[in-house]
Design a protein around this ligand. Sequence first.
Ligand code: CP
Length: 306
Amino acid sequence: MKHLLNPLDFTVTELDTLLKLANDIESNPQKYAHACEGKKLATCFYEPSTRTRLSFEAAMLNLGGSVLGFSSADSSSAAKGESVSDTIRVISSYADICAIRHPKEGAALVASSHSSIPVINAGDGGHQHPTQTLTDLLTIYSLKGHFDHLKVGLCGDLKFGRTVHSLIDALIRYPGVEFILISPEELRVPGYIREDVLDAHQIPYQEVERLEDALAHLDLLYMTRVQRERFFNEEDYIRMKDFYILDKAKMELAPKDMLVLHPLPRVNEISVEVDEDPRAVYFKQAQYGVYVRMALILTLLNIHVA
Ligand code: CP
């Protein structure tokens, strides 16, 4: 049995197969409409979510399966003090596969070690969000056609933004990828990612504070919101929250084929006037999230559609 806890749980070859399957699902949805009949997905969400939970549910329903679950810790027996390990042991007898989001780093790993069904990490604290990474990779693969030699700008809360950490881990496996890390000093990418990931693999990167200084050089701009829920005090959040606002004027500085991605939800960091720009693909990206989660469910349940 295989779980998905970290974006690196799939090799580059396995990832390529998964992305091709997701593309086929997008092109031929009817072919997959009954693939998971009789199967159940449990969504155990201890933290708020719109896209991840609902796209998992849409994915399983599109495959002909069923869904059950809870959308907050308060509406589960976690509110009575039940541990994640006990919960997953019980869920293992109710469902065939489980997606779990939890505010604590490592919660999905704990769940997987007590589970008899595949566990998917749908976000664990500020640590990893591998299915968002799969979504991001499918968006890039489908719209750019390749990962090699991309110059990728990551902008905003690079300290707490788990989607950024997962995306860096995944992209460094492709040749020639470079990063421009765009953040205020206080929200720089954590030291362990600079040292253990970027430096250790000799990946070229620069750190800059001004978005305007990076835009002209990018193939992709990955915007992120400032993660209010991970700040220790509200004053720091308020000081940081509008540090970056991508607007039409800034988009003028960017190449004509630069894509703008954002895991969403957006707060103020992308002005709504940018939404009409053909380079703004963040809503399309959310749609790719359904196809890639369909491909993931099929893969982890070892279901092959001829
Ligand atoms: N991108 C993402 O994880 O969105 P949700 O928090 O709405 O699931």
